[in-house]
Ligand binder design. Structure first.
Ligand code: G6P
Length: 587
């Protein structure tokens, strides 16, 4: 979507439901709410009997019961956008001029301006500033030229540049047309109909059978069945996949926020992962080890919190004598040159991050082997990989990653231990619980002291450097406080100029690391308010383990809690921070 010369990036969740009897809006809204973590600026839905509703805001608070809408066919959308107005007009669904066609779209139609111009010249009037609206008008035009939708889809795919997962309905027709390129789309097989959605979580409480769309595929889904086609309109035989997805994490239980619930789930999630690496995933992790041994180069690719996990992976594997590097996904093509002898390991919670997908396409073209470490099974990145090891964190609802990070790092620690890195990984779950127990009250006090500050610095070295970055990220995204996570050794090259009397500096000191102790003294002597997190007895925040490998995880848990309690003090929307989305499906 573009607006006043700015590119408006949109990530969204889409849902389409078709059933053999009329249903109220509650059912589709329930599924859409399950996708709200994909975007939550605005939402909307349409039915094939002409009902259209669009709203600005979160779906969470919306009570659909009063609408009295009933239909056999619904399409729904939840939207996330940046650089542009969040308005009802820009919310989906979008309609054709005559209102006969309604569409929802996730992705970006890059050449929409050219298509829009052509359609306007043919008399179409646009009501929104979105790129998505061209889809509705494109098909309206095709119908007016006596083409069927099925005939027009190949032309649409040929003409369109960009990415799309799009659903389309026509008034009076019991059908949903679904098309996919790059953005994720899956068909769920329900007992009494079908659901199309951005990911399986939309329907994982109702079915465990799904058909995944490949790129440039489209499907016509009716009340009694469905057909898939390739971009030239040739029929495809698609496999139905049975998937497993734990239902344990669907409510907040007694917690006020998903974030705290997910922080508290970390010991259990970590235990589950370790167990799986010793049983159901044993063969996979051993294969990963063999692939690393056989490769000339090993590179990680990831973004956000997963990138911080990958940096810890580089450190831990290096301690075990294995040389790897990590290149952030959004810059991968500018900085990395993988080749046929390279194994590229993608680390991703969602398995849908567009930057990672783009990097992997580049990697594939260069002939490297692709492995992934993912949380969401059946995700695009998992399906792009030759081998995929799952982090088994379960559904993570809060936008800020917590337990998925802990499990990513646990997996990497486990891998390093297979190469000889010494760690007592079995004790990790209990040590996470112990870290929380020991520090929670101190962290609450610290949070009320720091929550009014404008800047917080977090410093680390070696293992604690990625942790410093991860803690700073958590503070920024949840508590809206500017935070910088950096290498202790780099302070002297500029940042130390910002240290004044009382400036908060969180110092992550593993095993009395001498250089970290001196960096801490350097800022302390300039008046900084130092908060130490370490395994020494004098630490402000105490880490109950001398195991260097685990420091990264245990210190991060402290940072997650500090960010949480500061956000709580400030009354912020912890699970859905402004401007963010959990699954970043645009570049
Ligand atoms: C978004 C999320 C982060 C996440 C990052 C990478 O920014 O808000 O929590 O770390 O994407 O996502 P991935 O799913 O690839 O780990």
């Amino acid at each position: 979507m573009y607006c006043r010369g700015f590119r408006v990036l949109v990530m969204c969740g889409i849902v389409g439901i078709i059933g053999n009897s009329e249903n109220g809006i509650e059912e589709p809204m329930h599924s859409l709410k399950r996708l709200e973590y994909r975007g939550y600026d605005s939402f909307g839905f349409a039915t094939n009997n002409g009902f259209l509703e669009k709203r600005v805001g979160n779906i969470g608070d919306f009570d659909a019961s009063g609408l009295g809408t009933a239909s056999r066919v619904f399409i729904c959308h939840t939207r996330w956008s940046t650089h542009g107005a969040v308005t009802e007009a820009n919310a989906h669904p979008h309609l054709s001029c005559d209102g006969e066609i309604a569409i929802v779209h996730n992705g970006i139609i890059e050449n929409y301006q050219e298509l829009k111009k052509e359609l306007e010249e043919k008399g179409h009037r646009f009501r929104s500033e979105t790129d998505s609206e061209v889809i509705a008008h494109f098909f309206e035009q095709a119908l007016s030229e006596n083409m069927s939708i099925e005939e027009a889809v190949p032309e649409f795919m040929q003409r369109t540049k960009g990415t799309f997962a799009a659903l389309m309905i026509r008034k009076g027709e019991d059908r949903i047309y679904a098309m996919k390129r790059d953005s994720p789309l899956v068909l769920g097989l329900l007992e009494n109909g079908f659901m199309l959605a951005s990911d399986i979580y939309a329907f994982s409480d109702r079915t465990n059978r799904a058909v995944f769309f490949g790129d440039d595929e489209f499907a016509v889904v009716g009340v009694d069945g469905y057909e898939f086609f390739d971009s030239r309109g040739r029929r495809l035989d698609k496999e139905i996949q049975d998937f497993e997805w734990s239902r344990e994490n669907e409510t907040k239980e007694n917690y006020e926020h998903f974030m705290m619930k997910e922080i508290m789930e970390q010991p259990e999630a970590c235990r589950r992962l370790i167990k799986s690496l010793q049983s159901t995933q044993k063969e996979k992790i051993e294969r990963l080890k063999d692939m690393i041994v056989g490769a000339k180069n090993v590179m990680f690719v990831s973004g956000g919190t997963s990138y911080h996990a990958s940096l810890l992976g580089v450190y831990l594997l290096k301690q075990a004598g294995i040389n790897t590097q990590s290149v952030i996904a959004s810059e991968f093509q500018n900085y990395a040159m993988p080749d046929r002898d390279t194994v590229v390991i993608a680390i991703t919670q969602s398995g849908e991050t567009m930057d990672v997908i783009e990097a992997l396409k580049y990697v594939k073209n260069r002939g490297s082997r692709i492995v992934s470490i993912v949380n969401v099974p059946y995700s695009t990145i998992q399906r792009m990989s030759e081998l995929s090891v799952e982090v088994m964190a379960g559904q993570e609802v809060c936008v800020a990653a917590t337990k998925s990070f802990t499990n990513q790092v646990t997996l990497l620690l486990y891998l390093a231990s297979m190469f000889g890195f010494e760690t007592d990984i079995e004790r990790m779950p209990d040590e996470i619980s112990e870290t929380i127990r020991l520090n929670e009250e101190k962290i609450k006090k610290l949070a009320s002291e720091l929550c009014g500050r404008n800047d917080i610095y977090v410093i680390g070295r070696g293992l604690s450097y990625p942790v410093a970055r991860e803690i700073a990220l958590k503070i920024k995204e949840i508590s809206y406080i500017h935070a910088e996570g950096m290498m202790g050794g780099e302070l002297k090259h500029g940042t130390i100029a910002l240290i004044e009397k009382g400036t908060p500096v969180i110092s992550l000191i593993s095993n009395n690391n001498y250089d970290m102790l001196s960096n801490t003294k350097e800022v302390e002597s300039r008046g900084a308010r130092i908060i130490t997190a370490s395994n020494s007895n004098e630490a402000d925040l105490k880490i109950p383990s001398n195991d260097n490998g685990k420091f990264g995880i245990l210190a991060t848990v402290l940072g997650q809690m500090l960010a949480y309690y500061m956000a709580l003090e400030k009354g912020l929307p912890i699970d859905r921070p402004r401007n963010l989305a959990k699954s970043v499906t645009v570049k």
